[in-house]
Every structure is written in C-alpha cells, then in structure tokens.
Design a binder for this molecule. Structure first.
Ligand code: ADP
Ligand code: ZN
Ligand code: ZN
Length: 734
C-alpha cells in the first residue's frame, strides 16, 4: 500500500494522508488533486509513506497526480518548512502560497516555448524612411526585425515600452510570431542595437571594485551589506556581480521593492544583458504571465529573475547569487498570511544553497547595519559618488515656528519654487498625506470629522466634496453645518496633497502642476503615463507622497521641498524616525542627479533635531550610530527579538478575553522571554473592529523561537469563533 502526506491550503497546522491507487505514481514535491470535505483541492506531496495512522475506512484516495509541472525541488520545500516553522504559519498554507495561482488551481499549465517575432510580408514591404520619425521605439523595433527574428527578451532590451509597441505591431499585422531560431548573428545584431550592454560598462571606481571582489571571491555562502550613498553606483556593482555569476552559469535572483519594479528597471537590466533570458515576477503580472515566468525560472531557462518579495520562493535550480536592492524597504515584509520578510528569507536561502547574497542600500535597516558591524555580514562601503562631477544636494531646514505659513508652506520654500519655475527646472513638494486636509473642524464647538466606524478621522477630499476614511473606506458628503452644534463655519485642519496642489496652482497660475498619490494613480497605467510626463519635462511642480520618493530618475528635478515630517519624530512607533531618515534621504536623492546641483528644503519645527543634523551632513553612519545606541539602551530591536500577537473583532469584550487568555498562556510557558501587557493597537478601532495586541520579546532569536513553538499550539486551542488573530514574528509595524 502506498500513501502520500499532502500539504493543503487550509488553516490547519497538519498535513493530510491519502491513499495512492495502484496505477498512480507520485514523488515528493509533486502536485496532486485530492478530495477534502466536499471539495477537491490541489495539494503538494511532502512525503511518500508505506503506512499511515489514518484508519483504512477513513482514508481517501488521490484523484489525480498532476505532472504538467515538474515537482517542487527539495531545497524549496525545505525553505518553506523553515518559513512555516519560523513564522508560525500552517505548513500547507505556506507551501501553497509560494505557488502562482494557476499552478495552485490545478488548471493544466504548460511551459510555452519562448516566443519569437518576425516581420510579416506587409512589414517587410515597409520603407522605414517613410514612417513618422517621432515613433522612435517603433522605428527601433522594425529596424531590429529587419535584421532577423527577435526573442521577447531582445525586444524588451530595446526600450521600456518595447513590448507595448510590439503588441501594436502585431495588431497592425506588420509583425507576427514565428518558430524560434537561435542564430547567434541575429542575437548579436539585436544586442548591438540596445543602448548599454555589459561590454559598455563603466570602468569600476576603486571603491566599486573593492565591493565587487570579495563577493566574486567568496566560495559558498557569505552575506554582504553594500552600503552606498545615493549616486555611488550600486547598480553598476550589481551588474558586474551579475555578469560574473552568469558567466559561471548561475542564475541570479534580484529582489527589489514593490514600487521600483517598473518596465524601466526591467528594460535596464535586460539591456545590460541582451543575450540573457530575464523574467520578472511581481503582483502586476497577469496570472498567465506570472506562471510562464515562474516556469521559465524553474526550468533554468531564465537566468535572471527580477522580482518583488514573493519571488524569493521561486524554484531556481542553478541559483548562483542573490541581490536584495533597497534592503531596508518595508515592502519586503508581507503584512498578512505568511508574514515573512523576503530579505530575511533570502538570507536563509542563500545560506541553504551556499551562495553569496548582497543586500544593498543607501540607508540600511538598523538590523543589517548592526549585523555588518557585529561581523555577521561583510560591509562593502561606497562613500563617494561614482560620477565625480555629481554633487550631493544641499539640505537645509526651514523653521516653521518663526515665519507665517501660506497653506502650510514657508515663504522661503515658495520663493525657491518660483526660482525653479523661472529657470525651467522641476521641483517636488513632498508630503505624506493625501486628500485635501486630514480633518474638518467646527470653529464653534471643536467638533472633528471622525469616522463612525474607526478611531481615525475622516479626510477631506475637496475635489468631489467628500469626507473619506483612509482606514475603512467609509465616505460621506461634506456636511453644510456642524452635526454637533449647527455652526456653518467648518474649517479644514492640516494639509494634504490636494490642498497643496490647489494652493500652488493659485500661487503660480502658469505652473504645470502634477499631483502623484494613491488617488491620482488609482487607474491602471496612470502612474506610468505620469512618469513619462515628468521625464518629458511636461511638469513644473510635482506634489506627491512616498510614491515619488523611490528609485525614479528625474534628471531635471533640482528642488525638493519636504512638508510636515515632524510627526514621525515623536511617534509611538520606535521605527518611525529610522523610516523617516531613509525616506528623506531617498527623496533628497531625487534632487540634482544629473549635472545640475540639487537643493532640499525641509520644513520643520525642530531644525536642531539630530535626524535633520545628520540629513544635512549626509551622514547616515552617524545617525545609525545614534539610533543604535538608543535602541540598545531602551532594549529594542535589533538588540532584542520580538513577536506580536494581534487580535480583532466586533465585540471588544471578546477580543480582550481572548488576549487575556493568550497572555496567561504566555506567562505560563517556561522560557526566557518578556511578555508585555495586552494593549489597544496604534489604530484601536477600524471598520467597527477592535484591534488589540500583545508583545513578547527575547534576548535571542533562539529563545523567542522556543517560546513560540510552545505558545502557538496553546493559541490554536483557545476559543476564537468571532475574532481573527495572527502572530507576527519580527514585526515591523505596531
Ligand atoms: P545608486 O544606485 O548607488 O544611487 P547609480 O547606480 O544610479 O547609483 O549610479 C549613479 C550614476 O553614476 C549613474 O548615472 C551611473 O551611470 C554612474 N556610474 C556608476 N558607476 C560609474 C563608474 N564606475 N564610472 C562612471 N560613472 C558611473
Ligand atoms: Zn460645532
Ligand atoms: Zn473608517
């Protein structure tokens, strides 16, 4: 008799045994279709057994063994077991969550052959000289196709918008799909058309070379922290490292933050390696694309995998190098389900696969910085700009307590914006709050527009005259009079992006102003269109939230104004000031990237605060030292290890009762951990649910893990019908 032990996507920490009928064969890692309750489910075989404890009359049979996808490799299953254990998440859910939805669904999938494109007869009959010159990308693709058929990767290397243009050419009927031909001459011809191939790489600066060498010399696992100031040429270091490991026929996994993965980035790396198959993996892909890219990585055909956090679980048979860019970025941490940190999982994976890993950042997380100084990671510093001419932006603080503000802006900032308009340079006004104003207030009785379902306030959105809750989505019309006293003089308090946009438009009627926030970029493709507008210089002043802070190169941008950063200085979240420094350094990095020097003006009521001192001096290292000393003194991470239990429910009493029992269970566990009290979350009520939390912490990861292993089964056993709870290991948000 043969049995299999199967991982299923159900919220139970057990695996499930099934009987394998005579005519079936299955191996570990293979997907199977099994009955579960009244449903059929896709599961993954984790063990093959010759006997089971399940009584013969209760055991059910595997219905189908799915062999359209090769079995998941043993190393990936081991990684998922580790994650399930470390993050205290059911193994079945962990394993299934790592698969693309289509592979999880049991629909048949096949690895399509790589598509190749050629000119149709109509396309060949075209005279390129007769076509409009301004369609640069179309021109470039047609010219390349005249030399011979191209694969998707070669098309992608031609321009960030090449795939979209190609689609149009296919629709027009000028190009068509064809059987793959792999003539090296064609590949070479296509490669020559791309802008920057590896051969045209910069000669590395001494610092860059010193960063590359230890990584290429490392045999087996080693972790490196590439700390490089903005403009120091981290990307060039990545490219050289990738080149090295690709040549030794390794696959390279490059993890980037969610918002950075744009067609530009994909195009950039593809153009540096035009002969190498590159796939991207992120949530913006269609299920079909994601599945194909995943299969190409699994088959070893794709040599470079460029992806966001979920791609850390991609099967990579020949993995040779992992790079995590902007390793401090919070988007590497998953905030629901399996609450993993892709950066930390990447470290584990590199170790498991005996390959080097490079974490890169201009403002490393304190965890990584601490690891680099305690010897766990090797520090690779880039302290100079790669391009000697490029200067760091000049940062200044504008004291908001000593001057009158105009709609939240100082006269000095308005003057600086006016200057840029005259010089036809771009400016960015950065404010981390969307909407018109964070709250509406009654001038007579002090009534504030609170959300009826949350502990938060309703944000005023003037454009459509609505009050909106950014936590639960509740919205209502702006009242004509105070609901509490009837007074009709209601005033917006505080500032948001829409208010700044309106104020600037009134102040500079001629300026072309573009607001970039979650409201203005809600529609698919609008953010890409906006980016193009900015790059084409069709914008004078940008008003935006953190969406604008990251990884985008706007060469004509010379001024950044920062409004209202102060709340982070006194936040209850101990990481707030670490995040603020990283964010401001990143926004500052947007200013003056090209030959024009940049200027950053930070409006604050606390110009003497050490954070701003460090920002002005461009001294991350001093700031990190200050913060680490504070954290050590206060007993915060990275000097301790934490886990946070969260619960929420409609009935406040039930939520607290559950948490008190959880607390009692925690204190009863013998272990070297500190168990804190049950407290309301920072946002104590959301969408009529009460949010409550409980923190535990330990001096070592090991002690915390031991404690969690004992505590979690007790939590699972607590009655919790009407509430939801979750355990967050190494939480980032409180
Ligand atoms: P970072 O990612 O560290 O902010 P980039 O990789 O964007 O920096 O590099 C900044 C600029 O310096 C880019 O324009 C890049 O082309 C240039 N650069 C990088 N390395 C070199 C080098 N070795 N010599 C000359 N220019 C370089
Ligand atoms: Zn009132
Ligand atoms: Zn609400």
């Amino acid at each position: 008799m043969n049995f299999v032990r199967v991982a299923l996507d159900v919220p139970l920490s057990t695996l499930f045994d099934y009987f394998l009928p005579e005519n079936f064969t299955a191996v570990v890692g293979q997907r199977v279709l099994v009955p579960f309750g009244r449903q059929q489910m896709v599961g993954v075989v984790l063990e093959c057994l010759s006997e089971t404890d399940v009584p013969a009359e209760r055991i059910k049979a595997v219905q189908q063994v799915l062999d359209d996808v090769p079995p998941l490799p043993a190393d990936l299953l081991k990684l998922l077991r580790f994650c399930s254990d470390y993050y205290q998440h059911p193994l079945g859910m962990t394993v299934l969550a790592a698969l693309p939805a289509r592979v999880r669904s049991g629909e048949p999938v096949t690895l399509k052959r790589a598509l190749t494109y050629e000119l149709s007869e109509a396309g060949r009959a075209l005279d390129l000289a007769q076509l409009p010159k301004r369609k640069v990308v179309q021109h470039r693709i047609l010219a390349a196709l005249q030399a011979g058929p191209l694969g998707a990767q070669q098309v992608r290397a031609l321009s960030p918008s090449a795939m979209a243009t190609l689609k149009a050419l296919l629709e027009t009927g000028w190009a068509r799909e064809c059987a793959p031909t792999s003539s090296p001459e064609h590949a070479k011809a296509a490669g020559e058309l791309t802008q920057v191939a590896f051969e045209n790489a910069h000669t590395l600066t001494d610092e860059q070379q010193q960063a590359v060498d230890p990584v290429t010399r490392s045999a087996g696992y080693a972790s490196f922290l590439l700390y490089g100031i903005t403009g120091s040429g981290k990307t060039e270091v990545y490219v050289h490292l990738m080149h090295h490991f690709l040549q030794r026929s390794g696959q390279v996994l490059l993890l980037v933050p969610e918002i950075n993965l744009t067609p530009q980035l994909e195009h950039y790396f593809q153009s540096r390696f035009p002969q190498t198959e590159l796939v991207s993996l992120h949530s913006g892909l269609s299920e079909g694309e994601r599945t194909q890219n995943w299969l190409r990585a699994q088959s070893g055909q794709a040599r470079i995998v460029l992806g966001t956090r979920l791609s850390v679980f991609t099967p990579l048979p020949e993995l040779g190098l992992i790079i995590v860019d902007e390793e401090h970025d919070a988007s590497f941490k998953q905030q629901d389900g399996l609450r993993y940190s892709a950066r930390d999982v990447a470290i584990f994976r590199a170790n498991q696969r005996s390959v080097p890993i490079v974490l890169g950042s201009a403002t490393p997380s304190l965890e990584s910085w601490h690891n680099a100084h305690s010897g766990r990671y090797t520090l690779l510093p880039l302290r100079q700009r790669a391009n000697q001419q490029a200067r760091l932006p000049e940062v200044r603080c504008l004291n908001t307590t000593t001057v009158p503000l105009h709609e939240g802006m100082t006269p000095a900032l308005l003057a600086a914006l006016g200057e840029r308009l005259q010089r036809k340079e771009q400016s960015l006004v950065f404010i981390n709050r969307r909407g018109h104003a964070p709250v509406l207030m009654c001038t007579a009785c002090g009534w504030l527009s609170g959300c009826p379902h949350c502990a938060g306030k309703l944000v005023l959105h003037l454009r459509d005259r609505r009050l909106r809750c950014h936590h639960c989505g509740h919205q209502q019309r702006v009242p004509h009079a105070c609901p509490s006293c009837g007074n009709t003089d209601l005033q917006p308090v505080g500032i948001g992006t829409q208010r700044i946009e309106a104020a600037l438009q009134a102040h500079f009627p001629e300026a072309r102003i573009l607001r970039v926030d979650r409201d203005s970029t809600r529609n698919k493709g609008s953010w890409a269109a906006m980016r193009k507008k900015i790059q084409d210089d069709a914008v004078d002043i940008l008003v935006g939230t953190q969406m604008l802070a990251k990884g985008h190169d706007f060469p004509n941008l010379t001024l950044v104004g920062v409004l209202n950063p102060d709340s982070a200085l006194y936040s209850s979240d101990f990481r707030a000031s670490e995040k603020l420094f990283a964010q401001l350094s990143q926004v500052a990095g947007r200013a003056g990237r090209a030959d024009k020097p940049g200027e950053v003006l930070v409006q604050t009521a606390f110009p003497e605060h050490p954070l701003f001192r460090a920002l002005i001096a461009h001294d991350y290292e001093a700031w990190a030292r200050t913060l680490l000393a504070e954290r050590e003194q206060a007993g915060f991470p990275p000097f301790v290890f934490q886990a946070l239990l969260r619960a929420e429910g409609k009935n406040e009493g039930e939520v607290y009762a559950f948490m008190q029992q959880a607390h009692a269970a925690a204190t009863a566990v013998q272990g070297e951990v500190e168990v804190y009290g049950v407290v309301p979350a920072a946002m104590p009520k959301r969408a009529n649910h009460y949010l409550v939390q409980l923190l535990v912490q330990a001096a070592t990861r090991k002690a915390l893990q031991q404690f969690l292993r004992a505590w979690k089964p007790q939590l699972d056993a607590l009655p919790a019908q009407k509430l939801r709870w979750s355990l967050d290991v190494d939480p980032l948000d409180f």
